[in-house]
Design a protein around this ligand. Structure first.
Ligand code: BG6
Length: 488
């Protein structure tokens, strides 16, 4: 593939950080390798670290080998990639240091500038202000913001205001990397290009929906960030609610950025608030204690950083969410996410209703209601579970559940990383898969209400041993409604 993409300077603030090394550089490497980056474009890493260009290139090489895998890393391709790399040593909080960035960018005045802010959100306003002060922004410039934007509606508004003082909303790309995952985009394809799902996709046929994003990892050296945010702000406010929106939204009139986002916004505004009266029945907070992941002992959350300390940050959340609109009346959405869980599993289950009258012998085999299972991790797949006859001549007809698999064929091209898709969309100025300001704020309005109720009702996280499915209260949350979490 060779695409004549625009000449860009992609400037990564926080360019030696974990996200940049684990996700952004590998994605840019693949884009360059597959011809999606203009060979004259530049990738400018902004870092506090003092290092020569050679040292920077060799650090990027070492990290790429680790993160793209030595079997995929290609020495000769890297020579071309290295030619795109620049490094600027500066302190992002110091006005005068921006002169160094200015010197690098000024030599390519016609390049489109993409500023990727992979820093703490507290710095977004400052960085944007300095870029404007140094006249480094023009009509073609874009800024990419990592989530979470703020810790609540108020802080999110103030960060968004600071960025909006400099960039037009159309130039702001708020990333939620889940929207870049291929299977997540496949939800749109599945729902809106297959007429068979159209009459089924509502309370008439669907009993409930489950979304689970479970991870076996702990906080992985990100403790100081994580402890200020917790699972509600780190995962629910963005990834889980975005997935819920894609499942629940009305068909957009086109795939353009605003049509899709308008529909997602309507869903966010239809979420029934969970206040103090329902907080105990509809939410569960958890925090992992020591345990075993795949038989390897791991410490509890409170011992992760530097020995025992106090914290009431949740590492697990389970919720029952109701959507107050015609399509989803009485169809609960059960969401759960956690760190240090039994398995790495991201799965969406659309559970269909039972047939109104069952005519087959019940003792002939297990009866399973139809399910559409969309798996994002560990291996992407989409399966439709249906009942089928067991072959045979017995007097009683026996049925068994079978799966119709809509899997990616084994010989298809490599599935791109989520960040690869999203970075390319920024380069192409396509905002469809990015969050608009009103979406982010609508999500905060709903999440803040729960955070506030946890606070006023003094609801502390319930402990769960690492390597399990979270606190038992999360099982009770769904079982109270006569349902259970999906297990394969
Ligand atoms: C990030 C969160 O947004 O998503 C992390 O900050 C989390 O805490 C990660 O581990 C999960 O992403 P993925 O793509 O590995 O499921």
């Amino acid at each position: 593939m060779n695409e004549k993409n625009n000449l860009c300077d992609i400037v990564i603030f926080g360019g030696h950080g974990d996200l940049a090394m684990r996700k952004l550089m590998p994605s840019l490497y693949h884009l360059a390798k597959e011809g999606y980056l203009n060979r004259q474009s530049r990738i400018v890493t902004v870092t506090r670290r003092s290092m020569s260009k050679e040292q920077h290139i060799s650090l990027i090489k070492e990290k790429l080998i680790r993160h793209v895998g030595s079997e995929i890393f290609d020495e000769s391709e890297f020579v071309d990639f290295a030619a795109l790399l620049e490094c600027v040593e500066m302190d992002m909080t110091k006005h005068e240091d921006y002169s160094r960035l200015y010197e690098v960018l000024r030599v390519k005045p016609r390049y489109e500038r993409i500023y990727y802010l992979s820093t703490s959100p507290d710095l977004y306003g400052k960085i944007c202000k300095e870029l404007a002060a140094w006249r480094l922004i023009d009509d073609a410039s874009r800024v990419v913001l990592e989530k979470p934007i703020g810790r609540d509606l108020e802080s999110s508004r103030s960060i968004n205001d600071e960025v909006a003082a400099v960039f037009d909303e159309s130039a702001i790309y708020r990333i939620d990397h889940y929207l870049g995952k291929d299977t997540v985009q496949n939800i749109l394809a599945l729902r809106f290009s297959n007429a068979i799902f159209m009459p089924l996709w509502s309370s008439g046929s669907i009993d409930h929906v489950q979304i689970t994003l479970a991870e076996t990892v702990g906080v992985e050296g990100r403790w100081s960030y994580y402890d200020r945010y917790g699972a509600m702000r780190d995962m629910v406010q963005n990834h889980l609610l975005q997935l819920l929106c894609l499942i629940a939204m009305e068909p957009p009139c086109s795939l353009d950025g605003n049509s899709v986002r308008d529909e997602k916004l309507k869903v966010l505004r239809s979420l029934r608030p969970i206040g103090p009266d329902e907080i105990m029945q509809k939410t569960v907070r958890g925090q992992y204690t020591e345990g075993n992941i795949n038989t390897v002992p791991v410490p509890g959350y409170l011992q992760e950083e530097r020995g025992d300390f106090e914290s009431t940050t949740e590492t697990f959340v389970a919720l029952r969410v109701d959507i107050d609109n015609w399509r989803w009346s009485n169809v609960p959405f059960y969401l759960r996410t956690g760190k240090r869980m039994r398995s790495n599993e991201s799965v969406i289950v659309i559970q269909f209703k039972k047939v109104p009258h069952y005519i087959f012998p019940k003792n002939g085999g297990s009866i399973d209601d139809n399910k559409l299972v969309i798996r994002l991790q560990p291996k992407e797949s989409i399966k439709l579970k249906i009942m089928n006859k067991v072959p045979g001549l017995g007097t009683r007809m026996r049925l068994r559940p079978v799966e119709l698999e809509l899997n990616i064929p084994e010989n298809s091209p490599r599935t791109p990383y989520a960040y690869e898709r999203l970075l390319l969309d920024v380069i192409r100025s396509n905002p469809t898969l990015f969050m608009r300001r009103d979406e982010v704020e609508a999500a905060w309005v709903w999440v803040d209400k729960i955070l506030e109720a946890w606070d006023t009702q003094n609801i502390k996280p319930k402990p769960y041993p690492a390597g399990t499915d979270g606190p038992t209260a999360s099982i009770a949350l769904i079982e109270r409604d006569g349902r259970s979490w999906y297990e394969e």
